[in-house]
Design a protein around this ligand. Structure first.
Ligand SMILES: [Zn+2]
Length: 340
């Protein structure tokens, strides 16, 4: 039986349960689904998802509701993994520091194999953003309508939507022998605070993290590449080689820009690498040469390429599926490493 046939049957089976929204459980992620999620998270109503803001609370509630809708369980007692971080940049008086309440949102799908389920694959993305950006006030000498809201569509509503889409997929398919954790981090923009908190907590509970894949800025395609996205820290492990092997085509590759700017150390994968020393890397399609609006008020949902995003996510899913089902841990750190 080929995969498409299996998927068709699954969709049919679920279609028969009339209480379930069939769109949410369809086996192939559509560009419309992704667009809907990104548009919500990057809407003006969410106010740029700054950690500690009202807007990010709404974003977290949305993510929780999506998890519930898909049938994903919380990893902890509730979906929210609370923490505080010290904000030394600004406070209401413009000086000193203050403690900000923040929360990651963490869902979980237990593996089906009694032994392999103890090995965890973490799929993550930061869902916070910077909130208010530098407003665009002047254009050609005239005062323009201020837009100081940094909506963060590419950074990182895009990665958040990818993690949610995969949660949807695995919640329906339920064929992962290893367990999969879906982690949406807050306060990445304040120095990887949310992922540091979660990685430390999981390490203290002796969790066996096999791999961590972090999705960071996947909203626009790379230029002139024969692969869809790059893996940060490319040669630290055989992650990219294995993902391509599992996908059956060249899905991910190397980025000179990632190596130059050490992007491996600049997103939430690094917190997990530091805690576990395991293959923990980011997948991204933004190498700063194909998107002009990094941390800019013009990082808007209208600029995202939803066909590209759904294609990328649909291509990654079979690779992660295979990763969750191999008998041995095939993805391992390389002996010789560089910082890419
Ligand atoms: Zn980011």
């Amino acid at each position: 039986m080929n995969k498409i046939f299996v998927l068709a049957i699954l969709v049919l089976v679920y279609n028969c349960k009339s209480s379930v929204n069939t769109e949410a459980i369809s086996k192939t992620i559509t560009s419309n689904q992704i667009e809907e999620m990104v548009k919500f998270l990057a809407s003006d109503d969410i106010q740029g998802r700054r950690a500690g803001s009202e807007g990010i609370d709404k974003a977290a509630t949305y993510i929780e509701n999506q998890f519930k809708f898909f049938g994903v369980k919380p990893y902890f007692e509730t979906f929210r993994d609370n923490f505080k971080f010290e904000n030394t940049k600004f406070n209401s008086n413009g000086k000193g520091s203050e403690y900000v309440d923040a929360f990651n949102v963490v869902g979980f799908i237990e593996g089906s194999d009694p032994e392999l389920k103890k090995e965890i694959i973490v799929l993550g993305a930061h869902y916070d953003h910077i909130g208010i950006g530098e407003s665009i006030k002047k254009y050609g000498g005239t005062l323009m309508e201020n837009d100081s809201l940094a909506n963060g569509a590419n950074d990182n509503a895009s990665g958040t939507s990818a993690v949610l889409a995969m949660a949807n997929y695995f919640a329906v398919k339920k064929n992962n022998k290893r367990s999969i954790m879906f982690a949406l981090f807050s306060a990445e923009e304040w120095g990887l605070k949310g992922s540091r908190h979660l990685a430390k907590k999981l390490k203290e509970s002796n969790l066996d993290v096999y791999t961590m894949i972090n999705f960071e800025m996947i909203g626009v395609p790379l230029n002139d590449r024969d692969y869809l996205a790059f893996v940060s820290g490319y040669d630290r492990s055989n992650m990219a080689v294995k993902l391509n092997e599992y996908a059956g085509h060249k899905l991910v590759g190397f980025s000179e820009v990632s190596k130059k700017y050490q992007l491996f150390k600049r997103s939430d994968n690094y917190s997990f690498y530091e805690a576990f020393g395991a293959p923990c890397q980011s997948i991204s399609s933004c190498d700063l040469s194909n998107f002009d609006y990094y941390h800019h008020v013009s990082d808007e949902s209208e600029l995202m390429d939803y066909e590209f995003m759904s294609n990328l996510i649909n291509s990654i899913i079979p690779a992660i599926e295979e990763m969750s089902n191999t008998l041995e841990k095939e993805i391992v750190m390389n002996q010789a490493q560089s910082d890419g």
